[in-house]
Design a protein around this ligand. Sequence first.
Ligand SMILES: C[S@@+](CC[C@H](N)C(=O)[O-])C[C@H]1O[C@@H](n2cnc3c(N)ncnc32)[C@H](O)[C@@H]1O
Length: 268
Amino acid sequence: MPPAVQETYGPADLGATPLFGGGFINFGHWQGIDLGPVLTEEDRIRSQRALYRHVLAALAPTEGLRAVEVGCGLGTGCAMALEEYGFAQVTGMDIHPQQLDRARRAQAALLADQADRLRFVQGAAESMPYGDAEFDRVYSVEAAQHFRDLDAFARETARVLKPGGRAAVTSFFVPDADPARPGQLAALLHTFATGLDVAHSIPELTGSLERSGLTDIRVTSIGAAVWHGWDRWLSTMWQPGTWPRNFLRAYDDGILDYFTVTAARPGA
Ligand SMILES: C[S@@+](CC[C@H](N)C(=O)[O-])C[C@H]1O[C@@H](n2cnc3c(N)ncnc32)[C@H](O)[C@@H]1O
């Protein structure tokens, strides 16, 4: 595991900081949330839940199917997938054993009640501990910026999907293939400078998905629903000019955006 990932999701426990909350660790989808008045913790949790709903809706139909979430964090999104989207079974996978301990604690009641429908498994996006064609759906929320090898992630996604299965990935990516982008992002944003986040580009991701044999690849920018809300929330804790406020600047400068990418395994 990369040292920055080990620290951030281990001892530093990013999900326990007031920037996140509600059992989620993502920037949020803020469409429909009034950014004018003072934002509340309830707004923040709603935004993170909405990002999951956005991705899970992109996987429809979902009733009675088997899914794996890659980079499940605290497992709250897996619980939503079960409770709101009717999957028969959801596997939450994460590279970090401490995150999985937290997920098992956070979802203890559901795990006890629905033992045959929910499980948490340690594994890396690049090397998934599953057999071929085990899942109908693969999804991932704000974890792909940490993956070191998108070719391996795409290959594994194609392998564990059944023929006709579908995948949806949402996270922040560089919109174009300009080789200057990683340096520009490292200069603006601490998490790229430390190697926690990797400046993967959309052409890199779609190239990996194509090479894996997945088809029907669709890319949608959802930045308009993410970045202004995320920056409004950041402004409650971080002054203008501090590095986290540069996420919005990177979006405005066209060097970073938030995307949802879907793909399908050809077949039945
Ligand atoms: C920003 S958190 C997102 C958690 C959750 N998806 C959410 O939105 O609340 C990223 C998660 O990805 C996990 N992760 C990082 N690299 C990974 C990898 N290569 N394979 C699987 N999980 C990974 C981290 O341990 C962390 O739990």
